[in-house]
Design a protein around this ligand. Sequence first.
Ligand code: 13P
Length: 240
Amino acid sequence: MEKLIVANWKLNPITFKEAKDLFGAVKKHAKVKNTQVVICPPFVYLPLLKGLSLGSQNISSEQKGAFTGEISALQLKDLNIEYVIIGHSERRKHFSETNETVNKKIKMALEAGLKVIFCIGENEGEEKNTILQNQITKGLADVLPAQMEQVVIAYEPVWAIGTGKNCSTEETKSAVESIKNTLISLYGSQIAENTRILYGGSVNSTNSAEYLKNGEVNGLLIGGASLKPDEFIAIVKSTE
Ligand code: 13P
């Protein structure tokens, strides 16, 4: 299965010059066989960056019309954007996104022909299996088996994001097993096996290879380290 390394730039960088420089450096050096690199910059930079697969960090739950300030899945598709991140914990926390909003956005994205990077993960102290099962079941409600080919699941334990406390490969493996069990109950074992699962949370060039080797994941979702070109390129190369 092709590996997927996704850069989530979040609300960075502040100038287009910095965005262009960062993108250019990654584009030049981050080509590795059997690995797809996807850059998810802020919306404003999406139409301006060319030469690598792109994803947005969010979409509107509405398709078109009187929704000031929103960006539609159809508009992104029209710009040849390939992926969209949906359900990131920062959106759940700071913008009150619920499993129901996440579900609406996932269906909207799939209907528009975008691929979805569906983020799930427990907060510190929460019971992982229960949370993951609930987020997956509600987030994927009414998503058809045939649409699951376009869905990638990203396990990002909230306590590991931006903290430097990355999840151990053992814990990651157990989360992957739990995710697969829920997918089996919803879609059967073949779809569960074919659905790509990513890990995200304090990934850097020192720990990245370990996840791909021993964490049973098919790729990584990178925040902070994706803003440092050398670091991000080293992570991409660690998939080899
Ligand atoms: P960090 O890599 O900065 O921990 O962020 C992970 C993340 O939230 C990616 O979506």
